[in-house]
Design a protein around this ligand. Structure first.
Ligand SMILES: Nc1ncnc2c1ncn2[C@@H]1O[C@H](COP(=O)(O)OP(=O)(O)O)[C@@H](O)[C@H]1O
Ligand SMILES: [Mg+2]
Length: 255
């Protein structure tokens, strides 16, 4: 399970983020960037944050700690900003918290990661179909001279078709990835090497461990996916099908 904390204070919204995440203090004295379950993007982006974030961590990529966080209703009651109050009121129960990296800077290319780390990050994005790491939206932070990954809500977008369509792992496995706009396209060199070291680590067991971290109340069921177990199995099937087929999605085809 992810660590669980309770919010004690809502500090400020991060309005540059599309989903209006907020800075929140927890009862463990931690400070978190919280993504709210009641934001317009819905629960699926929270699921993706955990799956891709924890996969990244398991593969050794720098990613801030992820927790689940409860918001007591009193926190919304004393919030003066109406827009924030609506968001908090719409978010009772489990929300997503990411350790705030104090003093971190948005990635601007002036302190790039090593080509090796860049290749691993680009590999992760190609594998999980994360289209949200471009110059207009790098979703990388520089902190303690290191590049850190944030914001994986846009990855695994196949799940947005689930309410109406049957899950189709083969389709996702064959989906190409365009790396031209990726913020690290000019830094990452050896993608085939990244694939060779990372892909074998993406085993059924690892994927199960990661999926087990997703709070069950975030997993939305459909006609085709009637319970949490089948939803988890669908994510697993998509990831394992895709990792076998780098010729379809890895820039350069993995050669
Ligand atoms: N862990 C963090 N530490 C410090 N700043 C963060 C952290 N996570 C997000 N931010 C800041 O908040 C902004 C929005 O967060 P992000 O996760 O990208 O949400 P959105 O889905 O709204 O784009 C980021 O661009 C960054 O400036
Ligand atoms: Mg973002």
């Amino acid at each position: 399970m992810l660590d669980h904390v309770t919010a004690v204070r809502y500090v400020t919204p991060l309005r540059e983020g599309g989903s209006m995440p907020g800075v929140v203090e927890g009862d463990d004295l931690g400070t978190y960037v919280v993504k709210f379950r009641g934001a317009g993007q819905g629960l699926k982006v929270l699921v993706t944050e955990v799956i891709v974030g924890e996969l990244a961590r398991a593969l050794g990529l720098p990613i801030p700690r992820i927790v689940t966080i409860d918001l007591p209703s009193a926190i919304a009651r004393y919030e003066a900003d109406e827009e924030v109050q609506d968001l908090l009121n719409a978010s009772p129960g489990t929300n997503l918290g990411v350790d705030l990296l104090p003093g971190s800077l948005g990635y601007d290319g002036s302190r790039p990661p090593t080509p090796e780390l860049a290749a691993r990050i680009l590999w992760l994005d190609a594998f999980t179909a994360n289209v949200d790491r471009t110059w207009s939206n790098p979703n990388l932070l520089t902190w303690h001279r290191q590049t850190w990954l944030i914001d994986h809500g846009a990855a695994l977008y196949f799940h947005h078709s689930w309410p109406s369509k049957e899950p189709n792992p083969e389709r996702f496995a064959a989906q190409p990835f365009r790396a031209d706009d990726h913020v690290l396209a000019g830094v990452a060199t050896d993608l085939a090497g990244a694939h060779a070291s990372l892909a074998p680590q993406v085993t059924g067991d690892l994927v199960d461990q990661v999926l087990d971290l997703v709070p069950v109340e975030w997993l939305e069921t459909t006609d085709h996916l009637p319970d949490a177990q089948t939803v988890r199995a669908a994510y697993k099937a998509h990831l394992l099908a895709r990792v076998q087929q780098p010729q379809a999605w890895l820039p350069g085809g993995g050669a």
